[in-house]
Design a protein around this ligand. Structure first.
Ligand code: MN
Length: 284
């Protein structure tokens, strides 16, 4: 058997508040962001208390990257300066390419009940940061899913799932970083070994239950923990008691990252330009 990817870190997220006061768990973001290249941020939101989410994210800009919103439960309405309007519903994904600029709002539509999901930020290569913005709304019914021989349910949001027995292309394919985004539901006593390209950065976010990673030094990650793995080797996941896990992988860009809030560029000069463009109303 070839070598397994080793566990570099298992870490909790940090409670945070963003938008007009949405309470969330910031899983990736802040200092040391290079370690997660090409991913810049991962927020988990989940609450049945409308006070935690109802204020939403009123109009705000982005430049230089993509946002991927995956809604487990609830409804979020988005509108942008291009006149696009969409309603993200349970199980759906919005894949938004901000590129040179987008100004949008992301507002919960419901006034009661559970709101639960994720937003992941994926960097763009330098040459695409000032390209055309765009987005796709992908309802749950259009996102491929499969069940592995071991009973693991896999939602193939992006990339190419392959465990040696089943192959399935995801709803989204992106060049350069080749992101792989799978939502895995492991029943108790199951295992799965997704094949991922060598050199890809691999992150696992356990959002329910408990996940075990076999190897020379077996590790366990409980709900609310992010696992950062080495860029080379095979991946084996198992769960004695059941788990739900987001698998996030992509090819690192290896370019400088300079972030100022919702702008992510390669240099301070480019950030200053983004701020000027936003101020002058020519961001987009
Ligand atoms: Mn946004």
């Amino acid at each position: 058997m070839s070598q397994l990817r080793s566990v570099l870190a298992i870490q909790p997220g940090q409670p945070a508040s963003d938008g007009a006061g949405v309470r969330l768990n910031r899983v990736i973001g802040g200092a040391g962001i290079e370690r997660f290249d090409p991913f810049l941020m991962l927020d988990e939101f989940g609450s049945d208390n409308p006070d935690d989410y109802i204020a939403g994210f009123p109009p705000h800009p982005h430049r230089g990257f993509e946002t991927i919103t995956y809604m487990l439960e609830g409804r979020m309405r988005h509108e942008d300066h291009l006149g696009n309007v969409g309603l993200l519903q349970s199980g759906g994904v919005q894949w938004m390419t901000a590129a040179r600029g987008i100004i949008h709002s992301e507002m919960p539509e419901q006034e009661q009940g559970v709101m639960r999901g994720f937003q992941l930020w994926l960097n763009l290569p330098a040459k695409d940061k000032l390209g055309d913005p765009g987005y796709r709304d992908i309802p749950a019914s259009e996102i491929p899913r499969l069940t592995s021989a071991d009973g693991v349910e896999v939602v193939v949001i992006a990339g190419q799932f392959d465990d040696g027995q089943r192959q399935q292309a995801g709803a989204v394919q992106r060049p350069h970083t080749e992101p792989q985004l799978f939502d895995l539901r492991l029943p108790a006593g199951s295992r799965i070994a997704p094949r991922l390209p060598e050199g890809h950065r691999v992150l696992l976010y356990v959002y329910e239950g408990s996940l075990e990673l076999p190897g020379e030094r077996p590790q366990q990650a409980d709900a609310g923990r992010l696992v950062r793995l080495s860029d080379e080797g095979e991946l084996q996941l198992q769960s004695a008691s059941g788990a739900r896990v987001l698998l996030i992988a992509g090819k690192p860009l290896g370019e400088p990252i300079v972030q100022y809030g919702p702008f992510v560029m390669n240099s301070r000069e480019e950030i200053e330009q983004a701020l000027r463009d936003f101020r002058d109303g020519v961001l987009v």
